[in-house]
Design a protein around this ligand. Structure first.
Ligand code: PMP
Length: 301
């Protein structure tokens, strides 16, 4: 069960958690017309700090633009509202969920005059995936960019993730990896994929149908710090089976090693994954001076 926080920011004001309600005829509930963000707050020596808030807010506005939602608040307003919500809930580490959805007012697919609702919730969230993930290749293909805009982090397309995740759990696995229409690796249901082969980190290119992960970008930058080569190229399903190391990355997941894919053992956490996890941990907890600009402090009194 979700651990409730005190307040949720909704359309300009903090309201008690239990009062952040919407109407059952909200457009987004019927047609998936919402965009979302998941962002982390971590404890640092200077108090709680939001990790890569600008990157997440920028992606939220890009997602909204792609699906044609006009966000009724400025960047500065949402930036301030985010910090206000995190501070009000008083957690030293938490997960932030921004949601911009087409609300209640008109019915029908064509309805474009429904008011747009913006909400910001935060809560304490435990491990999303445990170490040593057992992956299965989903029988569902990843959303194709020619069918829905996969670069938008929009709610409608998440049905694809929900189906794949349920299939994997029902089959006794921890998580699903999805292939795109061409049969190349795209991503997991809520995380991006990296493999390590002969010392090179490999992750699928933007056209493979995956979300442009902010953690994926963080991993690429940390790899550069560590002098580890990174390549963006198509990955075949069978390459996952023979990778030296394999890990998933995402805001909720962090960096988490994969133990097996379709019952083919990859093994325990490898040395490259371990180095990146260490660097990621240092960055999010404010122990890496090179990446202080990734952190936005929250004043919790
Ligand atoms: N892919 C999908 C489908 C996701 O839901 C997420 C989580 N937002 C990611 C990748 C990872 O993205 P990020 O690192 O920005 O959290």
């Amino acid at each position: 069960r979700l651990l409730e926080s005190e307040s949720i920011w909704m359309n300009g004001a903090l309201v008690p958690w239990g009062e952040a309600r919407v109407h059952v005829l909200s457009h987004a509930l019927h047609y998936g017309t919402a965009v979302l963000e998941g962002t982390n707050v971590h404890d640092t020596p200077d108090g709680p700090a939001v990790f890569r808030l600008d990157a997440h807010l920028n992606r939220l506005y890009r997602s909204a633009k792609i699906i044609g939602l006009a966000v009724p608040y400025s960047y500065g307003e949402l930036h301030a509202a985010t910090l206000k919500t995190v501070a009000a809930n008083g957690h030293s580490s938490s997960y932030i969920r921004h949601l911009v959805h087409r609300g209640y007012g008109e019915m029908g697919i064509s309805a474009r005059n429904c008011p747009v609702t913006v909400s910001i919730a935060t809560w304490e969230w435990g491990a999303y995936l445990n170490e040593g993930v057992r992956l299965m290749t989903s029988s569902w293909r990843r959303n194709d960019p020619a069918v829905v805009p996969t670069l938008a982090k929009a709610t409608g397309p998440y049905l694809n993730s929900v189906l794949a995740k349920a299939e994997a759990l029902d089959a006794g696995f921890d998580e699903a990896v999805l292939l795109n229409a061409a049969g190349n690796v795209s991503e997991c249901t809520g995380a991006n994929v990296f493999l390590v082969s002969d010392g090179v980190l490999v992750t699928p290119p933007a056209g493979a149908g995956a979300l442009e992960g902010i953690t994926q970008d963080t991993v690429e930058r940390l790899a550069a710090d560590l002098g580890l080569p990174v390549r963006r190229r198509d990955i075949l399903r069978a390459e996952l089976y023979t990778a030296d190391e394999l890990f998933l990355c995402g805001t909720a997941a962090g960096i988490v090693p994969v133990a097996s894919v379709d019952h083919r053992e990859i093994g325990a956490e490898g040395p490259v994954t371990a180095k990146l996890k260490h660097a990621y941990d240092a960055a999010v907890h404010g122990r890496d001076d090179r990446h202080r600009d990734w952190l936005t402090p929250v004043n919790v009194d």
